[in-house]
Design a protein around this ligand. Sequence first.
Ligand SMILES: *Cc1c(COP(=O)(O)O)cnc(C)c1O
Length: 498
Amino acid sequence: MDYTSTRDTKKRITSAEAITRGISSDGGLFVPTSVPTVSLQFIDDLKELGYQDRAKKILGLYLEDFDEDELSDYVDNAYGNGKFSSAAVAPVVNIHDNVNILELWHGPTCAFKDMALQLLPYLLKGSAKRTLKNKDIVILVATSGDTGKAALEGFKDVDGTKILVFYPNSGVSPMQQRQMQTQEGSNVGVCSVNGNFDDAQTGVKAIFTDEETKKVFDENNLVFSSANSINWGRLVPQIVYYFSAYCDLLNKDQISLGEKINIVVPTGNFGNILAANYAVRMGLPVNKLICASNSNNVLTDFINTGVYDRNRKFYSTISPSMDILISSNLERLIFTLYGGDDEEVRKLYSSLKETGKFAVSDEVHKAVADRFYGGFCSDDETMATIKETYDKFGYLADTHTSVAIKVLNDYVKKTGDDTPVVIASTASPFKFCTSVMTALNGHAGSDDFENLSELEKLTGIKAPTQLSSLKDKPIRFNINCGNDIDSMRKVVFGMLKI
Ligand SMILES: *Cc1c(COP(=O)(O)O)cnc(C)c1O
């Protein structure tokens, strides 16, 4: 299976090259030139397997240049060895009637990013072995909070790699910040950037394509790669859990083979929901993909109008991992819906760069609206949903998951659609415990760690030890820089000592 760039379809590369390069030099994203399809029988067979074996079957369809044994080792290392606190890896919990929560946060950093970032280092090393000779890989990450920690945890002490994480100094939660600042490992670095996530992401993207940086890297036998969700190696592991959730519903007799489900995804950079869309394109029976946003509702408007317009106020919300106005992975959807027309993609994205917006054709907008429903909610509504979900169903949801629950409730009210549903739950409630505690109790103290113990007491649920033990860990990284390319480049060279 070949891969190409959304902005230049003359390019043809292997999956290994797509993963090592991360982003195409033309600014586009790598996509497979065709999508493998599976039969209902394939899904029926999958339901007999555990998570790892389901993953091997799905990943094998996309990553043809890895042999079976190799992929099998990678998957066992990523999801086995006690790395995930649930044997099911991504368990499905029924909260009422036909509403189910797909818990994606049982990994080492308590957010769904682990699902991809525990596997990515293996895919990247395997890819680099094929495509680069004796070069060290530098992973550069811009994070809205969860990716950074998950990437640090995935790559720490992996030979032949170095990882540098930039997070916005306004935007991540105290718990997220502490997770990154205390990161262990000999090949890691962390720096806060003035501004919000978009500033950090724009800076990192600029470094990737910066000629001067490339020259210095070449001289030092280094090469960049990306662990952001623009990397195909991040996306492909995320396709697996949508199939897995469908299998779990089959096994619980909640649905019959071939019956359609709805999937709700709390969305930021459009990676998680795009993976769901790949699952649908492969043949997973799905009615609607419901894209849930917070007050940064650029995607809601896009799905409703066909106009993507980032010229709007940026809100810092209580679901910070979704505080994004440039949803990078949308480019892959647009490319697909334009039938792989790279010229259209170039036009739209140069318009986005110059004017901050673009409008898709009526036909493409119709295709978007057929597959996706878009909705959003405010922080107050998120808080009310946390409380309601806990009081009514005894289920403790984090702020991001609660955005999804609220948008689903609105969708059901509006449409009467009672299709069985899977809600992607993207973080442990203890990762955002100050907001969750405030929602349940009406108030909370200012200390995240005290709130964590209070939340444990109030609910009788034990917090993941990775979070409760953080307060005793020493801070290793406490530096800050501007969001311009010169400042960020300086930090990169400084951390790499070049
Ligand atoms: C990253 C993240 C999201 C958004 O996922 P995208 O793939 O960027 O759309 C939602 N919730 C949490 C907790 C996250 O960490």
